[in-house]
Ligand binder design. Structure first.
Ligand SMILES: [Zn+2]
Ligand SMILES: [Zn+2]
Length: 152
C-alpha cells in the first residue's frame, strides 16, 4: 500500500526558467506576454483563472492581452505543464503541474493547492472496470477542504 506524500516543488524562478526553455524547445517564441503568464503561474500557490492571470500578468507586462493569456494557457496545458483545477463554475482555473502522477488538495477558502503522490485505487479501479466494462487508463483526483492556515 502506498501512503500519500506531499510533493515539494522547485523554486518559482527555477520553474519559470524550465518552462520557458521547454516552450522554446517546442518552437514557441518567448514574448513578454508569455513570460508574464509563465511567471505568474510558476509563482502561484493557488489556482488561477485566465482573468486572474491577466490581472497579475499586466502588472509586469502592460501589453498583455487576454487572448495571449488563453493561448499561453493552451500551450502550457498541451505540454502538460499546467493542470486544470475544478471549481464551482467548471474547470477554468489552472495550477502548475508536477512531474509524475499526482493528486490535488484544494482549499475552498483561500484557493491554495497542494499536490500529493500515492493512492490506493488499484482494487477500486479493477472493480469499477469489472462493473462498467470500461478499460480505465487514467484517473484524476482532487480533494476539497480547508487548509491548515485557514483553520487557524
Ligand atoms: Zn486556505
Ligand atoms: Zn492516482
Amino acid at each position: 500500500m502506498t501512503h500519500p506524500q506531499i510533493v515539494t516543488e522547485q523554486s518559482p524562478a527555477e520553474k519559470s526558467r524550465l518552462w520557458l526553455r521547454y516552450l522554446q524547445q517546442q518552437g514557441y517564441r518567448i514574448t513578454g506576454s508569455r513570460r508574464a503568464v509563465v511567471d505568474a503561474l510558476a509563482q502561484a500557490e493557488r489556482s488561477l483563472t485566465a482573468a486572474d492571470l491577466y490581472e497579475i500578468g499586466r502588472a509586469k507586462h502592460k501589453g498583455l492581452g487576454l487572448v495571449s493569456v488563453y493561448r499561453t494557457l493552451e500551450k502550457l496545458e498541451e505540454l502538460g505543464l499546467v493542470q486544470r483545477v475544478h471549481g464551482p463554475g467548471g474547470c477554468h482555473a489552472y495550477i502548475s503541474a508536477q512531474d509524475g502522477h499526482n493528486h490535488m488538495l484544494v482549499c475552498e477558502n483561500c484557493g491554495r493547492v497542494e499536490m500529493f503522490e500515492g493512492d490506493d485505487l488499484k482494487d477500486f479501479t479493477r472493480n469499477l472496470e469489472k462493473q462498467s466494462g470500461f478499460r480505465i487508463h487514467e484517473h484524476w483526483l482532487q480533494f476539497f477542504g480547508v487548509c491548515t492556515e485557514c483553520q487557524a
